[in-house]
Design a protein around this ligand. Structure first.
Ligand SMILES: *Cc1c(COP(=O)(O)O)cnc(C)c1O
Length: 390
């Protein structure tokens, strides 16, 4: 048994991040300024997209993206129930209706085979909002082609997806807007932060203006010698701008993103190789099809509950007793009280999301884990399966 608790997640912060933040503190410019500009440029260059708009969360990016494409009260946004609170609440912010499409139980992504029919059942469909679960890309060719057929916009929740490839293309260069998260558990972090990536000049401009009070110029250009005091409010915007302090972390993390990603891939491979020896108890996460690269933000195992005498919650308790932290991604949106009460959803409406939820466990996966940490997780999972197998 381990002698200290292994947390489910931990950021990897080194001297480079500290130095970059200190540099910002000494510069005297704390809020949106040169570091944010640099982080946006470097992030856009990494993805290969035209614009990256830095904001203070992925939730903010999703809200700005839906606003920018013109989602209005009464419109419908088609998404997956297998996601975090943020994906659904931004739909509510604009008075639109969340329409869920059940998942493919293997990939845990929106099942595109059900998408066409779901769109046809809508009266005012506006946006498809796919979530690339755990860092495995959705079937973007199918989604983009349906969006074109029905004249819809595609806004991707790419909170798990840095970096992810779909069919050789970087996630962040496919949909109309792609929203990334730099929350502290994500693959790179700014503490709190997000980015909206797009190739569309008009959408980028609208999101930039709305991210800072709907004002036509940002504070940096206003207060430097070349700027002026004059500004115009073009629309009632939001206060979603990223700070230079956060961007400093992002700049340092971005430099390490490939190294982080290699380590995540190695840990995922180690898990999959070990659990492949227990196919009767554990289903390992799907690998991407050819041309795809998984970000491995999360490593989600699915228990074969019919072969175990314990349920998922007890499995998690046993791991906790063995000093291993885990999580569950996600409690599907449609079973939460808000969605049941406001929209009348019932658990059986999306049976695959509900059944999958009851058998998933997310194991620790982050660059700071040692091989010994990974092996201790494997040993405990194996021993719990053997102890409670039938
Ligand atoms: C983390 C997460 C978000 C929200 O990200 P924030 O940056 O915390 O707003 C959105 N969607 C999914 C799927 C997430 O996991």
């Amino acid at each position: 048994m381990r002698d200290f608790f292994l947390p489910f997640s931990a950021p990897t912060i080194g001297e480079e991040e500290i130095a970059e933040v200190v540099d910002t503190l000494r510069s005297g410019w704390l809020t949106t300024g040169p570091k944010v500009r640099r982080f946006e440029e470097q992030f856009a260059a990494y993805l290969g997209c035209r614009h990256a708009v830095a904001v203070n969360s992925c939730t903010a990016a999703l809200h700005l993206a839906l606003e920018a494409v013109g989602v209005c009260s009464g419109d419908e946004v088609i998404t997956t129930p297998m996601t975090f609170a943020a994906t659904g609440e931004v739909i509510h912010y604009l008075g639109a209706r969340p329409v869920f499409v059940d998942i493919d139980p293997v990939t845990m992504n929106m099942d595109v085979a059900l998408l066409d029919e779901a769109i046809q059942r809508c009266s005012r469909p506006k946006v498809i909002l796919p979530v690339h679960m755990a860092g495995l890309a959705c079937d973007m060719d199918a989604i983009m082609s349906l969006a074109e057929t029905y004249g819809l916009r595609v806004i991707e929740d790419a909170a798990h997806t840095f970096p992810t490839l779909y069919n050789g293309r970087m996630i962040g260069t496919i949909g109309h807007v792609t929203c990334f998260s730099f929350y502290s558990t994500k693959t790179i972090t700014t503490g709190e932060g997000g980015m909206a990536a797009t190739d569309d000049d008009a959408l980028a401009g609208r999101m930039r203006v709305m991210s800072l009070h709907g004002i036509s110029k940002n504070a940096w250009t206003r207060y430097t010698a070349s700027g002026s005091w004059y500004y115009e409010i073009l629309a009632p915007g939001f206060k979603y701008n990223m700070t230079d302090l956060a961007a400093s972390l992002g700049i340092a993390q971005l430099r390490k993103a490939d190294e982080f990603h290699r380590r995540r891939q190695a840990i995922a491979r180690r898990y999959t190789a070990a659990f492949a020896r227990l196919p009767e108890f554990i289903e390992t996460p799907a690998d991407p099809p050819s041309g795809g690269v998984h970000s491995w933000h999360l490593y989600i195992i699915k228990l074969r509950l019919d072969r175990l005498t314990i349920d998922r919650d007890t499995f998690i308790e046993e791991l906790r007793s063995a000093k291993i932290g885990t999580s569950v991604h996600f409690i599907p949106l449609h079973i939460h009280p808000y969605y049941r009460e406001a929209w009348g959803y019932r658990p059986e409406d999306f049976p695959r999301a509900y059944a999958t939820y009851r058998r998933v466990i997310s194991l620790p996966l982050y660059p700071a884990m040692t091989d010994a940490d990974v092996d201790s997780v494997i040993d405990e999972v194996v021993s719990i399966c053997r102890k409670h197998g039938r």
